[in-house]
Design a protein. Sequence first.
Length: 361
Amino acid sequence: MSQAAIDGNHGSGRYPAASLVDFCAALYRAYGMREDIAAVSARLLLEGDLLGHSTHGLALLPGYLKALADSSLRAAGDPVVENRRTVSELWHGQRLSGLWLTERAIARASDMAREHGTGTVVIKHAHHIACLAAYLEAPARAGLLVTVQSSDPSGASVAPHGGITPIMTPNPIAVGIPTGSDPIMIDISSSITANGPSQRMMKEGRRAPGIWYVDSDGHGSTDPAVAFTEPKGALLPLGGLDAGHKGFGLGLMIEAMTGGLAGFGRADPPEGWGATVFVQVIDPEAFGGLKAFARQVDQLRDASHASRPRPGVERVRLPGEGGLARKARHLRDGLALHPAIMPALRPLAVERHVPLPVESP
């Protein structure tokens, strides 16, 4: 392989999305991942960057490759169905790619929903699942209402409301809602912020724009370092110091829907970075019908757009509108990765003789 192929070029600073997917998949394969798992995992990982979630896209890849190297992320295999009912299944994920497992779970739950109105798959012992919004667009455009929830029983960085000691992860929930046009795509954590953005702010010497953390003495803080350096504080639940009971309650619900239903969670010995996942799909045709469903949702969309914006706000947007606009722009013009991403991936690519992606002209 030529040095030019290894180094890539240095043109626009933007990359075609397809080139980045191929690069990501090639790195996965170079670390031993099975080809079909690598292809799906690469596509979904980049989807996070395309939607603008740059801490939950290719920024995660070095950690995933390290996990492949030490076998805490398995390179090949299939999930084991441990319990099956008409509209529900429990899977043992075998520490396989959480991205691949979650897309498979949505496909399986969608099949159940098309036949019976609803389908639910819960996965235990999965590896990390990256950006939850990445899973929503396809099923929602197909007319299905999809929910994804995730927790990681091996970690704790979020304090309960009124507490200091962290007891859970940021525990995200995402919902894809079909409409008469583009889907609504909700992706929120039950904490006021997540670990990835906090660690990036800490490395860059920045502070949060509000009280997002509690320090080890119980005082609210804008400094992300208080959650990661000794003596540790924590991330605050969604709602912060005043209304954090709401985020705390949401986080507890997600723990119950993931670890509780899976029968594997914080009551068990931790096994490393990963995820316990809840996936549910509902077919509106089994209820009032998709046309009636979309009519109701479209009314809320239109009313939101018509709402008089606050000073400094150009217009009211629905969840997912900004992300889908960014994705369309990135697919058209190329994607500029966060400056920290390619320097972290370049030495791994050189070591495994994987050509770097070619930038857009």
